[in-house]
Design a protein around this ligand. Structure first.
Ligand SMILES: [Fe+2]
Length: 157
């Protein structure tokens, strides 16, 4: 049945395009954070192991919410690894051996990139579209990523 929520088809498609890239980035970041959880070593092992678990659990919830937001806008959601890798603006971290500091720096950079891209998307929505539900949703996500970035940054100071 057609979705009738007061947003034009063109604006809905634009929202979905942005949400798909976001979904791909969150999936990539979810996998990268799991990798960090599995491979972290050193004096802060248990603390960071638990911190990364908390972070990937949050990312998993965000992934689900973004995918379902696409559904709420009346579109089918992408869901294959090849689609995620094709659409993501973040990069995978394939190195096997890297220091705790490098892991923290890499994840911090990724969370900051997501915040910057979300802010750009929001400016676009606020000015042009009438998709207030997505604006509100993305604003919440910005705050979540800003908090995670702040926590990761504290380990690097
Ligand atoms: Fe685990």
């Amino acid at each position: 049945m057609k979705t009738n929520i007061g947003i034009t088809e063109k604006n809905t498609k634009q929202s979905v395009t942005i949400l798909e890239v976001l979904l791909a980035n969150e999936m990539l970041l979810y996998v990268k954070t799991r990798k960090a959880h599995w491979n972290i070593t050193g004096e802060s092992f248990m603390e960071l192991h638990k911190l990364f678990q908390l972070q990937y659990t949050e990312l998993e919830a965000s992934v689900d919410e973004i995918a379902e937001r696409i559904g709420k806008l009346g579109h089918k959601t992408i869901g294959t690894m090849s689609e995620f890798l094709k659409l993501a603006t973040l990069k995978e971290h394939s190195a096997k051996d890297y220091s705790t500091k490098e892991v923290l720096k890499e994840l911090l950079k990724d969370h900051e990139t997501v915040v910057v891209e979300l802010r750009e998307s929001l400016e676009l929505y606020a000015e042009k579209n009438n998709d207030l539900g997505t604006v509100d949703f993305l604003t919440g996500l910005i705050q979540q990523h800003e908090t995670t970035a702040w926590i990761l940054r504290r380990y690097l100071n």
